[in-house]
Design a protein. Structure first.
Length: 261
């Protein structure tokens, strides 16, 4: 065979191989952080942060053991301490822990003046914004699919703009996020993470984020079945295809934690 033809064939095969590699699917193991002190005492925890409890540490360690057989190419978390700690604990027992990359874009919803307040105060105030008498009534309506997640998050922002009972006289700074603000931030971030992994040739990516944040992402991807909060250390698996589409494969999966027990 002519030497020039050989070189041309090798070049074409190399180009094809690179293209295939770049187009490989990415599997995002989108995980809620382990249980924290504020989770335990039922206080609003968006951009505010508290450490993992002993139960939260144990859950993250179990998750780490449960996913040991999965070959990850990258690990991400939000820059909140609870997400960072969870990711570090998940990788603690791995033979080859990955460098942890952090992103502000993976943060929980910002609750403004409600940060650190009792859950019942925040959700109770939000409930009144949309015609429900209490947190319990609002959550029942959400469970029964009579109200959507976007309405609930926007109700928090509306209530926060009027000030809170716990911080009387203190005016809102406008920091509380609307649903659309959070959705834009989160979808942009998760797309960037997926595309970066795709450029590496595809594979599995650990992403530790937050409960409402993951629920917002699911809603943005067209998932409407989630009508309850997500579990600490639960895994939502999302595939990013070579066509640039997100496909939800599982939601709030606790089997990894159970397998790591």
């Amino acid at each position: 065979m002519n030497a020039k033809i050989k070189v041309l064939i090798i070049m074409l095969l190399t180009m094809f191989s690179v293209t295939e590699c770049l187009a490989a699917d990415v599997y995002l193991y989108l995980t809620r952080h382990g249980k924290t002190m504020f989770n335990t005492v039922h206080r609003a925890q968006g951009w505010a942060d508290t450490p993992l409890t002993s139960e939260g540490v144990e859950g993250a360690q179990k998750l780490g053991r449960g996913v040991q057989s999965v070959k990850f190419i990258a690990a991400w978390s939000s820059d909140a301490g609870r997400a960072r700690e969870t990711a570090q604990l998940v990788m603690q027992g791995w033979k080859k822990p990955l460098p942890l990359q952090e992103s502000r874009g993976l943060r929980e919803i910002n609750f403004g003046l409600f940060e650190g307040d009792l859950d019942e105060n925040m959700w109770g105030a939000a409930a009144k914004q949309v015609g429900y008498p209490s947190q319990a009534a609002l959550m029942t309506a959400f469970s029964d699919r009579k109200i959507d997640l976007d309405q609930m998050i926007d109700a928090i922002k509306s209530a926060e703009a009027q000030g809170t009972e716990a911080l009387k006289g203190i005016k809102s700074t406008g920091a509380a996020e609307s649903y659309r603000q959070a959705a834009t931030r989160l979808t942009r971030t998760i797309t960037d993470i997926a595309q970066q992994a795709q450029r590496q040739g595809g594979g599995n990516v650990l992403v530790v984020s937050h409960g409402l944040a993951i629920m917002v992402l699911l809603k943005e991807l067209g998932e409407t079945s989630v009508n309850h909060g997500l579990s600490n250390a639960g895994v939502t698996k999302i595939r990013y295809t070579d066509a640039g589409k997100f496909v939800i494969e599982s939601i709030d999966d606790l089997s990894y934690v159970q397998n790591g027990s």
